[in-house]
Design a protein. Structure first.
Length: 525
């Protein structure tokens, strides 16, 4: 559903104070000393890659993610339970489900009018006729012929009564929001009126936004993907300064301006876009992590950050969490997969039209540009919204907007191409052991090397045993993998090396993690 509605961009003002503190896992993708885990390489031709996903949808089993969920920060587990009413394992499973469902819907092409996931991770689609329903059913979706709710919303939008109507799939009804409720904060006039993230000079003072996702530019330089209205032409010559908060602004955090860490690069708002690039410079380097603010309301350094494994398209019903300077870590669900909104400039004018997705987590002024994730997958950056306080979250007429990393018709990939390649984390594989699989094929029993890795589902694991050829395996649900060992491998002890790699969706770069070397014992079969 495409709609037109006035929103206000979410930058906010600050006044300058100076301080120095360790920068770790900033509002979103941290700008810190690199951990030395990753290497990246450009494939021949530099063609961006889209992750390959099975073209039949099967809802993942949350039990498969129990071990992976156990490694989440304690504060993050609390906010997932509180704001999403999900167990941590179910949250990670739902993120994988959304990623897989989006790929299946894309494979169905124009036969699908709309798609969403319900709380049980069932993929629903609306189609025009029985033939399309059969195709969708064969792909693992639950089809519905016709979409009276979407027709009702479209008819109401055509009346242009000052409200924008959308289908609330969770409630099974048409909801709406009022464009006259949108507002934006003015620029600073010497007082602190915002929060944490980064600041830049604008006519009349300073403004504040939040960092988005770390990435690598076309020439190998470190960059950060954030909101375009934070990187407009009036500020491109301005240095940008990091902020330091002991809590999100909405929780009473004390704000300090610290050091210059780069300059604004390309970016804009309007014509469907709201993406911008920050050029990272000086002593800072990027890491593929997102701050959780200690589970919501702690400092930017509280708790372990979330590692980014890949980018993913959005789908209605997808659970998402966002990180930003003003409200910290908040969670909700995607409510509209793609919509075009008219964004206000905060002064009664129009900043431009933005095509993005809607979700119901809280974002406020100063959260602009902050990262939006589903599980370990980057989905977008905070762009616009109409909430006055976080008490508005959950109301049908109060929504937030995100500008996508790879989803829809306007996103970071379409704006920047090879000039933004998402930085991702690929861990060193852990070896669980060697198991004997009986009766698996016509060749009889075989030996398999099994293990786990902190990496995206679908990543590749490379295994080499002694002088045998390299074996490969695919990372499955919950980060597990298994590789069939060569049948001519003699029983006994052998040295193996195992490495994982992955090329994220929309990126031209492959990231390779550290290598694990171990001795295994191969049984006699």
């Amino acid at each position: 559903m495409s709609t037109s509605h006035e929103h206000r961009d979410e930058d906010a003002p600050v006044a300058a104070r100076t301080s120095r503190r360790r920068l770790a896992a900033l509002t979103t993708a941290a700008v810190v000393a690199a951990a030395g885990l990753l290497t990246a390489s450009l494939p021949a031709g530099g063609t961006p890659h889209r992750s390959e996903t099975s073209q039949r949808y099967t809802a993942p089993d949350p039990a498969s993610y129990t071990d992976q969920a156990a490694g989440l920060p304690a504060g993050l587990k609390k906010v997932i339970r509180r704001e999403l009413d999900l167990t941590p394992a179910a949250y990670i499973a739902a993120a994988d489900a959304a990623r897989s469902a989006s790929a299946v819907v894309a494979s169905l092409g124009g036969t699908v009018d709309d798609a969403w996931l319900d709380k049980d991770m069932t993929l629903h689609v609306t189609v025009a006729d029985a033939d399309a329903a059969g195709t969708a059913r064969a792909a693992g979706a639950r089809p519905e012929i016709g979409d009276p709710l979407a027709e009702q919303a479209a008819a109401k939008n055509a009346a242009r009564d000052g409200r924008t109507y959308w289908v609330d799939r969770a409630k099974g009804e048409v909801a709406s929001y009022d464009s006259s409720s949108m507002d934006a904060m003015d620029m600073a006039d010497g007082t602190l009126a915002g929060g944490y993230g980064w600041v830049f000079s604008v006519p009349g003072g300073k403004a504040r936004c939040s960092l988005g996702f770390s990435g690598t530019g076309a020439f190998g330089q470190p960059v950060n993907f954030t909101a375009g209205h934070c990187v407009e032409q009036d500020i491109r010559a301005s240095d940008i300064q990091l902020l330091d908060l002991d809590a999100p602004v909405s929780a009473g955090g004390t704000l300090k301006i610290t050091n210059t860490f780069g300059t604004p690069g390309s970016g804009n708002i309007g014509l469907g876009d709201d993406g911008g690039i920050l050029n990272i410079a000086g002593a800072y380097r990027t890491t593929p992590t997102v701050s959780t603010w200690g589970g919501g309301q702690g400092s930017q350094d509280d708790g372990d950050p979330v590692a980014v494994y890949d980018a993913a398209p959005v789908i209605t019903g997808m659970p998402v969490c966002k990180s930003g300077a003003t409200t910290g870590w908040t969670c909700g669900h995607v409510t509209v997969t793609e919509t075009t909104e008219t964004i206000g400039d905060g002064s009664g004018g129009i900043a431009g039209q933005v095509t993005g997705f809607l979700f119901d987590a809280c974002i406020l002024s100063g959260d602009s540009g902050g990262a939006i994730l589903s599980g370990n997958y980057a989905v977008g950056v905070d762009s616009f919204g109409n909430m006055s306080t976080c008490a508005d979250a959950g109301k049908e007429d109060k929504l937030s907007g995100g500008f996508a990393v790879v989803s829809g018709t306007h996103n970071a990939e379409t704006m920047f191409g090879d000039h933004f390649n998402l930085d991702i984390s690929v861990g060193a594989p852990e070896i669980v052991g060697v198991k004997t699989v009986t009766g698996h094929s016509r060749h009889g029993s075989r030996a398999e090397l099994t293990g786990t890795v902190a990496a995206a589902t679908g990543a590749t694991v490379h295994v080499r045993v002694a002088h045998h050829r390299e074996l490969t395996a695919t990372v499955e649900e919950g980060g597990t993998w298994s590789a069939e060992l060569p049948r001519d491998l003699r029983p006994g002890r052998h040295t193996v090396t195992v490495t994982a790699s992955h090329r994220p969706e929309g990126s031209a770069l492959t990231t390779t993690g550290k290598t694990t070397r171990a001795t295994i014992t191969v049984p006699r079969i």
